[in-house]
Design a protein around this ligand. Structure first.
Ligand code: MD3
Ligand code: FE
Length: 226
């Protein structure tokens, strides 16, 4: 095997990251940033915590008020969980599927969300809800606004894991042109302030195998719901 030299500085900085991915902060709007690779050093704590949450509150495909079954499967943790059915969208304290309260937000989830928010200029972010989305190839999320939260002053922090996605970052009307932002394993998007109510969505996920997560993309969105 050919010898690949690596400077001591590079080695120290990225010792815990996957080697091909650099960590940096990319502005995509006035108060929106992609934090490339930010979640990578947290993965060993994050993934077991995710398994624990999903064992208590299993992923399920929900039906929208319009009668369409969403292609992403969802669950939640934290004080509040987001659900939809034929009668509407809402945040609830209990998982309607199990009748139990949503699982507590694992400490590592909270710490990661808070660290990412701080990095994007939103110090003191206190999420009380974490929506978990699972996409298999072909699954997508149509353009929408996140406006069911009582506190629109707080940002939203989104963590992408597994297969890549093409994220659509739109304007304030559904018909506004959107920019396309590729989101890779370990990337975090933070948006708030003037960008909080932008339309956004995810194009259908392409087929593939992620070395750590297999044939899926997992996304967490941390919110202050109430
Ligand atoms: C919104 N999830 O759960 S989050 C959702 O990848 C949701 O699962 C998507 O939209 C997902 O409600 C996208 C990432 C994101 C990034 C930038 C945004 C959402 C944004 C900028 C403005 C508004
Ligand atoms: Fe959204």
């Amino acid at each position: 095997m050919p010898y690949k030299p690596m400077s001591p500085a590079t080695f120290d900085l990225f010792a815990d990251a996957e080697p091909e991915q650099e960590r940096r902060r990319e502005p995509i709007g006035e108060q929106s940033f992609v934090l490339r690779g930010f979640a990578l050093p947290w993965l060993d704590r994050l993934l077991p915590a995710l398994e624990t949450v999903l064992a208590d509150a299993p992923l399920r495909q929900m039906v929208t008020p319009g009668g369409f079954t969403m292609s992403a499967a969802m669950s939640s943790c934290g004080t509040w969980g987001w659900t939809t059915d034929r009668s509407g969208y809402r945040y609830t304290r209990h998982d309607p599927q199990t009748g139990r309260p949503w699982p507590a937000m694992p400490e590592v989830f909270f710490e990661l969300a808070q660290a990412a928010a701080r990095e994007a200029g939103f110090a003191g972010f206190v999420p009380d809800a974490c929506l978990i989305n699972r996409y298999v190839p072909g699954a997508k999320m149509s353009l929408h606004q996140d406006k069911d939260e009582a506190c629109l002053a707080a940002p939203i922090v989104s963590v992408s894991l597994g297969l890549p996605a093409m994220f659509l970052f739109g304007g304030f009307e559904r018909s506004d042109k959107s920019q396309r932002v590729p989101l890779l394993h370990g990337d975090i998007v933070v948006w708030g302030g003037v960008d909080r109510l932008r339309y956004h969505g995810v194009l259908p996920i392409k087929g593939g195998q992620h070395p750590r997560l297999g044939e899926q993309r997992i996304n967490f969105t941390f919110r202050t719901a109430k």
